[in-house]
Design a protein around this ligand. Structure first.
Ligand code: 13P
Length: 250
């Protein structure tokens, strides 16, 4: 029912020329992934060139962040319509690196989600616990706070359009993937929480991706889980062969 989505978060990597080359390779690989949605998130400087290079392909383009204001004196920020203008269909919001290093909060995530939806961008909202929080058995409490805060006062018909990415911080870039049991347990928790707050229909439609050391070796098992609708891939999305294999999971 829910369409699978594989998204590549390129983080702060690639020049414009390198990004265009990689995007073309992804777009070739994606032609065999019928019925699946594929999105790549290059850096801001490469967005327009990448969108142009793969125009007409099935691959969507995402920003890695945005600001909620339309325009004005906000040096260094990127407005929602600027992402649309650069060819984006999606935007990553609240990635743990932005929470850890750049002061992103549940409140700013929520403002950004609303601003993205207002211009028709699909938000990919990231949530996830730190290792210390998992060790203190606070995983569900942290995820609940992030979901309630980040989705605060949204309508059910907005929530059903969202993509939520569960990315345990201890699994990001560490090679330590959550086990399928650990991932599915949190995904199920998120879907139940969405059902409780926004209703069952929204919970059935919202897509929940797993992120954190996703590789060609573990993608097939992750995708077997009922509540895992796709993946948000970092490191492995920078290698064309790896990402091609992940897109074409079985
Ligand atoms: P890795 O796949 O490199 O662990 O990164 C995950 C991530 O942060 C995607 O947003």
């Amino acid at each position: 029912m829910r369409r699978s989505l594989i998204a590549g978060n390129w983080k702060m990597n690639k020049t414009i020329a390198e990004a265009v080359d990689l995007a073309r390779e992804v777009s070739r690989a994606a032609t065999t992934a019928a019925g699946r949605e594929v999105v790549i998130a290059p850096t801001f400087t490469a967005l327009a060139s990448v969108s142009e290079a793969i125009r007409g392909s099935v691959v969507g383009v995402a920003g890695q962040d945005l600001f909620w204001e339309e325009k004005g004196a906000f040096t260094g920020e990127i407005a929602p319509l600027m992402l649309k203008d650069a060819g984006c269909s999606h935007v990553i919001i609240g990635h743990s690196e932005r929470r850890q290093y750049f002061g992103e909060t549940d409140d700013s995530v929520c403002r950004k989600v609303k601003a993205a939806l207002a211009v028709g961008l699909t938000p990919i909202i990231c949530v996830g616990e730190l290792l210390s929080e998992r060790e203190e058995n606070r995983t569900f409490a942290v995820i609940e706070r992030q979901i309630r805060g980040g989705l605060d006062s949204l309508a059910a018909d907005q929530v059903e359009k969202l993509v939520i990415a569960y990315e345990p911080v201890w699994a990001i870039g560490t090679g330590k993937t959550a086990t399928t049991v650990q991932a599915e347990e949190v995904h199920r928790f998120i879907r139940r929480l969405v059902a409780e707050v926004f209703g069952k229909a929204a919970a059935e439609k919202v897509r929940i991706l797993y992120g954190g050391s996703v590789t060609p070796e573990n993608i097939d098992d992750l995708m077997k889980e009922a509540d895992i609708d796709g993946a948000l891939v970092g490191g492995a999305s920078l290698k064309p062969e790896s990402f091609a294999r992940i897109i074409n999971f079985t």
